[in-house]
Design a protein around this ligand. Structure first.
Ligand SMILES: CCCCCCCC/C=C\CCCCCCCC(=O)SCCNC(=O)CCNC(=O)[C@H](O)C(C)(C)COP(=O)(O)OP(=O)(O)OC[C@H]1O[C@@H](n2cnc3c(N)ncnc32)[C@H](O)[C@@H]1OP(=O)(O)O
Length: 206
């Protein structure tokens, strides 16, 4: 990171939680890689994973309390499904602000995000772009909820290759915010997005 690239998403740093989530991401990917054609003893593995889940559930607060807690402080950036270091389904994508007003992140996606053979699922690309456009609005100073998100899939998006995700706020007209972004691989645009966000914010739980 340089002085012109402020962090827009939380870096792993919440000690054990982020490390446990990183381990869970490895489990998700490793289960897909292993499949049912390997000698790994899946019944025994299921038992061990369920024991971990039982232990976590036993010590978890009530959902209402947890919702208050996770929206306190930096909020969305630690638990969201795109960048959240506390969310095992987040790849995670790490976003930085650029001096020209846009934002950018790099990510490499593996098998859990597969759609067509060897390629990223189109819905996953939509998820990444929806969130990145939303953060670009936050970075530009005026944000809101997604009203309309339009995607064009120009070419397939590869798994196991570094992807660059970009977004920028283009204009604001009253409560409507116009934002665009892309996912590229090897310098070529795979997916482009145009969003109309509407300036509306839901109250955080307390
Ligand atoms: C460690 C460092 C820390 C850094 C911190 C970084 C923090 C980053 C922070 C944050 C990043 C977050 C990133 C999140 C990204 C994900 C976003 C989502 O997934 S949002 C969930 C999905 N979206 C919904 O669920 C919306 C559901 N829909 C609604 O709630 C409403 O329909 C809403 C708000 C979209 C509009 O409702 P109305 O009643 O407020 O709007 P009306 O008054 O009818 O219209 C206002 C104007 O907007 C247009 N409009 C209304 N709906 C529209 C639509 N769906 N599409 C386009 N235009 C629409 C209208 O035509 C009107 O335009 P005219 O002023 O007349 O020009």
């Amino acid at each position: 990171m340089t002085a012109t690239q402020p962090e827009l998403t939380a870096s792993p740093g919440n000690g054990g939680v982020d490390a446990a989530v990183a381990a869970a991401r490895r489990v998700i990917a490793a289960l897909l890689h292993a499949g049912d054609g390997t000698p790994a003893e899946m019944t025994e593995i299921a038992g061990r994973l369920n024991a971990v889940a039982d232990h976590l559930e036993e010590h978890a607060p009530a959902v209402a309390d947890r919702l208050v807690d996770m929206w306190a402080g930096e909020g969305v950036t630690r638990h969201d499904p795109v960048t959240g270091p506390e969310n095992a389904i987040a790849p995670p994508l790490h976003l930085v602000g650029l001096a020209d007003g846009g934002i950018e992140g790099k990510v490499t996606l593996g098998m859990p995000y597969q759609g067509p053979p060897g390629c990223v699922h189109g819905g996953i690309s939509a998820l990444l772009l929806d969130h990145t456009l939303g953060v670009a609005n936050h970075w530009a100073g005026e944000s809101g909820m997604t009203g309309t998100l339009t995607l064009r899939y120009h070419r397939t998006t590869p798994l196991f290759e570094e992807l660059t995700v970009t977004a920028r706020q283009d204009s604001v007209e009253g409560r409507k915010i116009f934002t665009s972004g892309t996912i590229s691989a090897g310098g070529q645009v795979c997916v482009s997005a145009e969003g109309i966000f509407v300036n509306k914010h839901l109250a955080r739980p307390r």
